[in-house]
Write a protein that binds this ligand. Structure first.
Ligand code: GCB
Length: 587
């Protein structure tokens, strides 16, 4: 689905601002900000704890000069599902909280008219949603020994009261988390575009513009100075840029061309980066050169906004990535706002793009009926993000159970793996992020193009004993070495309270976090099949309450307000040196 754009043929109206909101149909309306998660916008605990439906309302007016245009209402993401009403009539609904959807207003509302727009949002999570909600009353981060009474009580209350219990470790932020816009196109319009670049400058293209004479469809590629670099015609074809500049991750040059499609009276432009991502043996290659992922995983999470999109937060984060000499992140654990991908295209930060399939750790989940919906979400994510040069790997999901019923797991995940390859015109490598498990029995994670494993030796197990942690990690890496694939340590980390210090470097201190990372680095640096290190997490983030969460997950290299802990300085030095050694470039 194309991102809304204002140009010579299209107009965009941003509906961000103050809307009205209520948690119950009987409540008085109060003021809310859009986009943002509603949970932290009021000191009323009902906002934070809310489970179920909530309502947003605003008034929209279509300018008279929209006459003759196709008018579309687009939501970038409403979490987790919603129904949309215009003057009380339902006009669309959507399932899934992290991808865009849109509906035509043409015919429903005339230019010059005003209407009431209401959005009924639903934040409930269960076995039919992605991410997954727990249905047995046990929260993700309870202690292992829940006791039979607590389990039964949790189960009963969950059934009676409909309490949301995430099967994942991040706060279940909800609402209109991303921008809402009205945009126009001409009546005959460009529905989708696809670009497939090759390193020799060849660009295959496709324009989906129903009903428009192919003779009236064209593509012009402009270089960064705005000069024409190549031109083509028709619905699809192949053109060639002479002496192409490549898009390279930082500290290389993320050179961007602009691809301008014209079809009939419509126009659509998007950035084009010439780059290739693929796996060869146990290496991951970008533009034919070995690429080593180094950068922390992220969340969309910030004070006040929750998971709400904010350009200032996104840019601050990416500038901190540059400060760290980080070159990548994984969109743990859901597709992020589209603005973040555009920013990373410009800034040369590589993205591993993940579906919201998280919390599938219960063995019985292979009996749930999720595969079809999961496939739909994967297809939608790829359709949305396929043209971004910054996206180099698709992640099917995070930490499902894959070792208890290895055959069942394989039969669930491998069709998705094949689907990702089929759906992606650029055929990027595909992964599924693996949990700490009995990896020898696992038929799925080792079958991925590039292996992503999350490991917490020294934290959740062998806690505090870094010598034992190194021993265990080395034992495991010996096994992975023989698989002949590139392996990324896609999560590892230690909860750390900013400002808590100790000469003995014990758990939760800033000294321990550094010692933990030093220990793991020692093991990774010995192996050349290690294609990357992605510490967990970039910044502290909000979670549900639990005995292991002191005001959220504290594994950030930065505090939640983005102040560096000692570990941030550690990685800044390490990755700075890595960059110089790898690329021979000054930063
Ligand atoms: C994991 C999960 C991540 C958690 C992290 C932790 O394995 O993938 O969502 O936040 O561990 O800190 O426990």
């Amino acid at each position: 689905m194309l991102y809304p754009q204002a140009n010579t043929a299209r107009a965009v109206m941003d509906l961000s601002g103050f809307w009205s909101f209520r948690l119950r149909e009987t409540d008085p309306w109060q003021t809310i900000a859009v986009p943002a998660s509603y949970n932290d916008l009021s000191p009323d605990p009902a906002f934070r704890k809310h489970c179920g439906l909530a309502w947003y309302r605003t008034r929209i007016t279509l300018p008279s000069f929209f006459a003759g245009q196709r008018v579309v209402l687009r939501f970038d993401a409403v979490t987790h599902s919603c129904r949309v009403f215009l003057n009380g009539e339902q006009i669309c609904s959507h399932r899934g909280g992290f991808l865009p959807f849109e509906t035509e207003l043409t015919g429903l509302m005339a230019p010059g008219e005003t209407a009431e727009l209401t959005v009924e949002v639903d934040n409930r999570i269960n076995h039919d949603t992605l991410p997954i909600g727990v249905e047995n009353g046990i929260a993700f981060f309870g202690s292992d020994n829940q006791g039979i009474t607590a389990v039964e009580a949790g189960k009963r209350l969950q059934e009676e009261k409909g309490i949301n219990r995430p099967a994942f470790d991040f706060f279940n932020y909800a609402g209109i988390n991303r921008p809402v816009r009205i945009y126009t196109t001409p009546k005959e319009y460009i529905r989708d575009v696809t670009l497939i670049p090759s390193l020799d400058g060849t660009v295959k293209f496709e324009a989906d513009a129903p009903g428009i004479d192919p003779e009236r469809i064209s593509l012009t590629i402009l270089d960064a100075e705005g000069r024409t670099a190549a031109e083509g015609r028709g619905v699809s074809g192949e053109i060639r840029i002479a002496n192409p500049h490549l898009w390279e991750p930082r500290p290389g040059t993320p050179y961007l061309y602009t691809a301008v499609f014209r079809a009939g009276g419509d126009e659509y432009s998007l950035p084009l980066g010439i780059r290739e991502a693929r796996v060869e043996g146990n290496r991951f290659l970008i533009n034919g050169k070995p690429f080593r992922f180094h950068g922390p995983c992220k969340h969309e999470d910030s004070p006040f906004r929750g998971r709400g999109t904010d350009a200032v937060v996104n840019l601050t984060d990416i500038n901190l990535f540059h400060w760290l000499h980080a070159n990548c992140f994984r969109t743990s654990h859901y597709p992020y706002a589209e603005e973040m991908y555009s920013l990373c295209d410009r800034e040369g930060i590589v993205i591993v793009d993940e579906t919201p399939a998280v919390g599938m750790w219960a063995d019985e989940h292979y009996g749930w009926n999720l595969a079809e919906y999961h496939a739909e979400v994967l297809r939608e994510m790829i359709r949305r993000d396929k043209n971004h040069p910054c996206v180099v790997v698709w992640s099917l999901g995070n930490e499902p159970s894959t070792d208890v019923y290895p055959e069942k797991a394989r039969d669930y995940w491998m069709p998705l793996y094949r689907l990702a390859h089929e759906a992606d015109p650029q055929n990027r490598p595909v992964t599924l992020v693996g949990c700490q498990n009995i990896y020898e029995k696992d038929l799925t994670i080792p079958a991925m193009d590039i292996v992503f494993i999350n490991r917490y030796y020294g934290w959740y197990n062998l806690s505090g004993d870094l010598e034992a942690a190194k021993y265990a990690l080395r034992m495991e890496l010996d096994w992975w070495e023989d698989r002949g694939k590139p392996v990324v340590l896609s999560e590892y980390g230690a909860d750390t309270i900013s400002g808590l210090h100790g000469a003995a470097a014990e758990m939760f201190t800033e000294e321990f976090q550094v010692a933990f990372y030093e220990a793991v680095s020692e093991c990774l640096d010995e192996r050349d099949f290690i294609a990357g290190e992605m510490p967990w997490n970039f910044a502290d983030f909000s979670t549900e309450q639990g005995p292991m969460r002191a005001g959220g997950n504290r594994k950030g290299l930065f505090s939640r307000d983005r102040r560096p802990k000692m570990a941030a300085h550690y990685f800044r030095k390490r990755w700075g040196q890595m960059e110089e050694n790898q690329n021979g470039l000054k930063t």
